[in-house]
Design a protein around this ligand. Structure first.
Ligand SMILES: [Zn+2]
Length: 407
């Protein structure tokens, strides 16, 4: 609310500076592709915001510089006023001096006009013309002083006028400084607003990037609906599906226990347990893709879809005594999906084991992609499932060694 009110204030005070974008509060994307487009838009807004911040910052600096210049001009005007005052004082002093001089001359002239000095001065003239010139000289000096007085009083008048102009200039500069101040305050407020918006955008970018990272882990493609992705929870690794067990038959070529042939390929790993009914856990977070029953080979089988660090996997669990989940269920690596079967002819009629099992064990297999799943990683052929299979032996001890933990 505070932000909205201050935003309105900014807009009303500074109608030219309107935020050129609306900050989105929430993602409306339905796919990773959409999330990425939103991220690009957020980055575009961040660029605009940064540009606005730079422009505003330089406007603030310009106004500040103009204000400092105005202060300098005001200071200079003050100096000029002092100079004008000095000039006036100087002129006044000169006027006094000149007036004194004139008075002296006039006094002297009066004193001497009836006396011999003046006459003598005139009598010393060598001719009538000279006498006339001397008489003129006196009047010239007094006239000259009169002119001087006029010049000085003109100078005073001029400086008084200058002082009035300078005072007016100072008043104008005060108004300008006030306006610069107001503009700087408004720009500072706008800058705060931009900083807030910038923080918001940065936070949204961070969230959006995390969201994309998350969905990249759980989605099989950039165009898969995010609502479909969430069924397959992300994982960082596949772990052992049993708490305690032993590898009785590893992945790969082996002697077929039923046929005795050495050429058969074991598409999975066999994990022996102490007894039937031991809980079987999902090897990673994921979604139940299929629950099937094959009396010929496999018995109760569960297929789970996973996304391990963004890579699609399918895990298979066969010879199960019973099944704890149904298709579409979301599981974590702590979910008990079923129980170990595979042994005892009496259980055959209950579907607990099948003709290709010779004892209590879990047949566990890992394949790349999503067998029986959609999206770019999905496929439906069992032969593809076998073709994409990988050796899960990496996180199990060697054949014959018991393990007592799930990782
Ligand atoms: Zn097997």
């Amino acid at each position: 609310m505070r932000k909205i009110i201050s935003g309105l204030l900014i807009i009303s005070m500074f109608s030219l500076l309107v935020l050129p974008y609306n900050v989105k509060a929430e993602s409306k994307a339905t796919t990773i592709k959409g999330l990425k487009a939103e991220l690009e838009e957020l980055k575009r807004q961040r660029n605009i915001n940064n540009q606005n911040k730079n422009n505003t910052r330089s406007s603030i600096n310009q106004k500040k510089q103009a204000m400092y210049d105005a202060y300098d001009q005001k200071k200079k005007a003050e100096d000029d006023i002092v100079a004008a005052n000095n000039k006036i004082a100087e002129c006044e002093s000169n006027i006094e001096k000149t007036k004194g001089e004139t008075a002296e001359i006039l006094k002297f002239s009066e004193l001497t006009s009836n006396e011999n000095v003046y006459l003598e001065y005139l009598m010393q003239s060598t001719s009538i013309a000279d006498m006339s010139m001397r008489s003129k000289a006196i009047s010239l000096i007094t006239n000259y002083n009169q002119d001087q007085l006029q010049t000085l009083s003109d100078l005073i008048e001029e400086n008084e006028r200058l002082k009035v102009e300078l005072r007016q200039k100072q008043a104008d500069l005060d108004v300008a400084i006030g306006n610069y101040n107001k503009a700087i305050v408004q720009l500072d407020l706008y800058m705060d607003e931009l900083e807030d918006v910038g923080d918001d955008i940065n936070e949204q970018i961070k969230n959006q990037e995390e969201l994309i990272k998350y969905y990249q882990k759980i989605c099989t493609s950039e165009t898969q609906l995010l609502t479909d992705c969430v069924k397959v929870l992300a994982s960082t690794s596949l772990i052992r599906p049993l708490q305690k067990g032993v590898v009785t038959s590893p992945y790969g070529s082996r002697i077929n226990p039923l046929t005795g042939k050495t050429t058969s390929f074991h598409y999975g790993i066999d994990l022996g347990t102490t007894a039937m009914g031991v809980p079987v856990y999902a090897a990673a977070n994921g979604m139940v893709a299929a629950v099937t029953y094959k009396s010929s080979c496999g018995g109760n089988i569960i297929y789970l879809h996973h996304n391990v660090n963004g890579v699609a996997y399918t895990t298979q669990y066969a010879h199960l005594l019973s099944v704890n989940v149904k298709v579409g269920d979301t599981v974590t690596n702590q979910s008990v999906i079923g129980y170990v079967g595979g042994g005892g002819s009496t259980l055959k009629k209950n579907g607990g084991w099948d003709t290709c099992s010779t004892g209590v064990h879990l047949h566990y297999a890992v394949s790349k992609g999503h067998y029986l799943g959609g999206g770019k990683d999905g496929y439906s052929s069992f032969s593809t499932f076998k073709a994409k299979m990988i050796d899960p032996g990496g996180y199990f001890p060697k054949k014959g060694t018991w393990f007592y933990r799930r990782y």
